[in-house]
Design a protein around this ligand. Sequence first.
Ligand code: ADP
Length: 392
Amino acid sequence: MKIISINAGSSSLKFSLFNMDNESVIASGVFERIGIDGSCYTIKFNGEKYKEEVPLKTHADAVNILLDKLTSMHIIESLDEIGGVGHRIVQGKDLFDKSVLVDDEVMEKLESIKHFAPLHNPANMLGIEAFRKALPNVPMSVVFDTAFHQTMDEETYLYAVPYEWYEKYGIRKYGAHGTSHRYITETVKDLLKTDKFKLISCHIGNGGSITAIKDGKCVDTSMGFTPLAGIMMGTRSGDVDPSIIPPVMEAENKTIDDIINDLNKNSGVLGLSGISSDMRDIEDAYNEGNPRAVLTFNKYVQRIVDYIAQYYVRLGGADVIAFTAGVGENSPILRKLVCEKLACLEVKLDEEKNNVRGKLTKISADDSKVAVYVIPTDEELMIARDTLELIK
Ligand code: ADP
């Protein structure tokens, strides 16, 4: 069966078309600048990349062009070949603890929680609505970034703030990157051939989160009410004391929204280094001895170590530490520095094996107490797998 995974953002729509008989990608691509001048699409198929500028006023335009291109480029011969469409949703709150098939009731529930992720959920929903119009008879699923974290217990997901904030406004930890952490969990299950293990999954990309997993279930995760919490990220601060907000607001004559924007977009690696949000640039500057890059890289490492150490204790040990996403998969130096700081837990890397990028590899030494892996994540495949499972 062929299944499309969709990740719709406010001005973009990414897709991957899978042949689920062997889980291979038939074609993938992105529609960009939807609703903005200079909109275009890129489609990768048969080892070639096709790019074209086209007017894209709405997400529906992107979906219609996508479906047209799938047949006119002979990626598929007929739209009837599409057995299902899976949609990524950023926030499912506590209404969704797993992926579900889309129906009117699900759309109503999504409508009721969309203000919890105002930049993401409404955009995700535009993608669903466009596909429901274009392919009304094809089953569709929604796959939530938060669902995997719904197994956290109350002590973990509640903040130490007035309880009424939770009751009245839903203020609690929801986490994110759940689809990626679940993919890592499934992969470790296959590797170890058991589902009884303690795993610390480190998704270190532009955004980053660390999750503690026991016997396949999330115990705790570093992101919070929103993805702003936890480790230091490309442009996000991670955990800070909220009392830093008023003095900066006053001194710079900024609103609370301005400051939240600064914490999301102008902080983290970018803010501290003043160089870039991209770890490749920081690594280069670090290697040249640039003091701000050294400070930034060291703090970045430290924040990851802080969470791994916390979760090691929370889980009562760890069988596996897994590194994934852009930085986690591609930065041997980051993994080396993190694991060196975990030496007291008898974590030991094999330097040669660690010299790997973007490939499933066990990188720990044979005498390491914890197995350390690089596991390339695949959220799109996870969405397609869930969709297939639900259709079955
Ligand atoms: P997103 O959170 O946007 O999905 P990714 O997981 O794709 O992010 O990660 C993107 C980040 O990965 C880049 O910003 C860059 O910092 C980092 N990255 C990519 N390749 C490398 C590399 N070879 N070395 C270090 N960092 C890398």
